[in-house]
Ligand binder design. Structure first.
Ligand SMILES: [Zn+2]
Length: 135
């Protein structure tokens, strides 16, 4: 075996101390890993909780919008009343002459009653008026 220098001797002593403390080092690494794992788990839990709360908030907002919209819709009775007035040949309040209710009212007035299904006779005069209006 060759003689060692003072620096080699110090390095050999440091290496021997590290080998002697390998169990201590393994314990410190295990403790650090557990601390890091817990910190990561807690942070992930908080992030996941925030995502879940944001998703629930969006779903509740959508549901609230649907409930508000349902409150603004016409009831079946209101629809029936509107249909009855349209079937009676009444145009819309401003009598625009272009909306579906005014068109239906004009047809009711022209035909003397509401359409009740089935074939209808051809209205040559009305078709000719439409062609003239389009030209
Ligand atoms: Zn109208």
């Amino acid at each position: 075996m060759s003689p060692t220098t003072g620096q080699d001797h110090r390095h050999l002593l440091a290496a021997a101390r590290l080998v002697d403390d390998i169990d201590g080092q393994r314990h410190r690494e295990q403790v650090s890993f557990e601390e890091g794992y817990r910190a990561g788990y807690d942070a992930g839990y908080e992030v996941g909780q925030a995502h879940a709360e944001a998703e629930m908030r969006r779903q509740w907002e959508d549901l609230a919008a649907q409930v508000r919209a349902a409150g603004l819709r016409r009831t079946t009775a209101e629809h029936a009343e509107l249909d009855a007035t349209a079937a009676a040949g009444e145009p819309c309040a401003p009598k625009c002459g272009t909306c579906s209710r005014c068109i239906r009212a004009a047809a009711v007035t022209r035909r003397g009653g509401d359409y009740d299904g089935g074939p209808t006779p051809w209205e040559a005069a009305t078709a000719a008026q439409g062609e003239q209006g389009a030209a």
